[in-house]
Design a protein around this ligand. Structure first.
Ligand code: MTE
Length: 317
């Protein structure tokens, strides 16, 4: 299970500051009204120090509606899965050690031009909005929350993948200094996940940077995470540092740990049980009410077409 994954990616390009990043710094510095002297200084720290709090609350996109009350904020920010900070739910205090500034995002693999961008500069290029989505964990609990961020399609367009790219793999930061979970060396760090290009560019696939009208809390995956609400929550990878476009289907963190229980597709389906528990219903965070689980978590109208021609795939685990 361990030790056979691709390693050492971070080393190759981490030092690179390419033209795209430089241009983005210039744009941002200009937007902030800072002078040429600061542009010349051009350090990542300078740009990363720029605050993005002004982006929140973002204007809500009314297209996505909830069929249930919103989860109270205090539950969504204190009951979390973030194994880098511990393999239990009460990691919100430990997660405050996560250093989110500066934060760089690497975009590489099958793209026109690999690049490293400062998160603060990247988000200024994106169409930020708020969306209320349901979230269904594979462990059969759920919540309904207002994310802010942007359609993943905007990021894919920005990345300019080559036509031979069929998947996008995402990777979470793996920092031994601040993430105590990494001491559990038998887990296959870094946490990774993947989507097909059709999934990543589907209108529902969302990159979240905010929650409840504020920048996203560290425990929920600051500063940038995935939200794919028709899939079990483990697909929604947190604190992303890398997007790699590839023609090979990525093997995610949970699939690598236990491929018989957690697969690549992981689409929500109340009729397909997890090998160890039922997926027919879910416990609503906060109220503890049990409600029936919906096929594709209720999002079938947006995404069911993605899967209609896929035969012989385990779409629901
Ligand atoms: N991303 C990383 N890097 N590490 C994790 O442990 N847990 C996943 C997902 N993303 C996880 C992760 C699981 S199992 C769920 S249900 C959601 O994050 C939980 O998101 P939340 O804590 O914001 O509710």
């Amino acid at each position: 299970m361990l030790g056979i994954r691709r390693k050492g990616w971070a080393l190759a390009e981490s030092a690179a500051t390419d033209e795209v990043v430089f241009l983005q710094r210039r744009t941002l510095v200009k937007a902030l009204g800072l002078g040429p002297a600061l542009i010349a200084a051009g350090t990542p720290a300078l740009v990363a120090a720029a605050d993005t709090a002004d982006l929140y609350p973002a204007k809500r996109n009314g297209r996505y509606k909830l069929d249930r009350p919103m989860t109270a904020e205090k539950y969504a920010v204190t009951y979390n899965n973030f194994y880098e900070f511990g393999s239990h739910k009460l990691i919100s205090d430990a997660a405050q050690a996560l250093k989110t500034h500066p934060w760089q995002v690497r975009i590489d693999g099958l793209v026109e031009k690999p690049m490293t961008v400062d998160f603060d500069a990247l988000i200024r290029r994106m169409p930020v909005e708020e969306r209320v989505y349901r979230h269904r964990c594979v462990e059969a609990w759920s919540m309904a929350v207002p994310w802010a961020g942007f359609a993943m399609k905007a990021l894919v367009d920005f990345a300019r993948p080559l036509s031979k790219a069929k998947f996008v793999q995402m990777e979470t930061l793996a920092d031994k200094e601040t993430m105590p979970g990494l001491k559990q060396v038998w887990y296959p760090w870094p946490y990774t996940e993947g989507l097909t290009m059709a999934e990543a560019t589907n209108e529902l696939a969302f990159i979240a940077t905010g929650l409840y009208g504020k920048p996203i809390p560290k425990q929920n995956g600051a500063p940038i995470r995935l939200v794919v609400p028709w899939k079990y929550g483990f697909k929604s990878i947190k604190s992303i540092t890398r997007f790699t476009f590839t023609n090979k289907r990525p093997v995610g963190y949970w699939e690598e740990i236990q491929g018989r229980e957690y697969g690549f597709w992981a689409n929500v389906n109340p009729k397909v049980d997890h090998p160890r528990w039922s997926q027919a219903s879910e416990r609503v965070l906060g109220t503890n009410e049990r409600v029936p689980t919906l096929l594709y978590n209720g999002y079938g109208e947006y995404i069911a077409d993605l899967y209609k021609d896929l035969k012989g795939e385990k779409l629901f685990m």
